[in-house]
Design a protein around this ligand. Structure first.
Ligand code: IMP
Ligand code: MG
Length: 175
């Protein structure tokens, strides 16, 4: 598909996202105060959300980066999730919060949660900026979500279509 930026349809304004990220940060801060918190950023698309969210969490925490890939450059998931978790940071007995860009079919989140569960954290929860519940194939416990979005392919705020549009400040739908 050949998409130019003039074809993108606006979905979420930068200001709306900023306000929601601040709310999520405040809730997460209340939940994890006094706990040994590890935040997991799911590369690559969650990186912008992660960078904004961590600045709304005034607690001591450690960051871990996990790489997950399921899209081969189109708009349909391959169904296979390739996962690379940085295991140098011990997770056992710690409170782990996974930060995702979108939960779509749920396969990526499921694979990440299963991989982390094997490290026996004290608790494990998932936070995603966007949730497409109409697309769910695998059940995942989504503790915090920024916005529910329709069954449309979205880009912007770190989220890409074949590596494009990550730099867009808001969230947009492909035509
Ligand atoms: P899932 O495994 O089907 O839940 O897909 C999760 C991953 O697919 C997300 O972390 C995104 O990186 C990617 N993805 C799902 N929907 C979209 C979309 O609308 N735009 C861009 N990437 C998407
Ligand atoms: Mg992703």
């Amino acid at each position: 598909m050949d998409v130019s930026s003039e074809d993108l349809v606006p979905l979420l304004e930068p200001g709306e996202i900023r306000a929601r990220v601040a709310e999520l940060g405040a809730e997460i801060t209340r939940e994890y105060r006094g706990r040994d918190l590890v935040l997991v950023c799911v590369l690559r698309a969650a990186v912008v959300f992660f960078a904004d969210l961590i600045r709304e969490i005034p607690l001591p925490f450690r960051c871990v980066f996990a790489r997950a890939a399921s899209y081969g450059g189109g708009t349909e998931s391959s169904g296979q999730v390739e996962l690379d978790l940085d295991v140098r940071e011990p997770l056992e007995g710690r409170h782990v919060l996974v930060v995702e860009d979108i939960v779509d079919t749920g396969r990526t989140a499921r694979a990440i949660l299963d991989a982390i569960e094997a490290h026996r954290p004290a608790s494990l929860a998932l936070c995603a900026l966007l949730d497409k519940p109409s697309r769910r194939e695998v059940d995942v416990p989504l503790r915090w979500r920024g916005f529910e979005v329709p069954d449309r392919f979205v880009v912007g705020y770190g989220i890409d279509f074949d590596d494009r549009f990550r730099d867009r400040p808001g969230v947009w739908m492909l035509p």
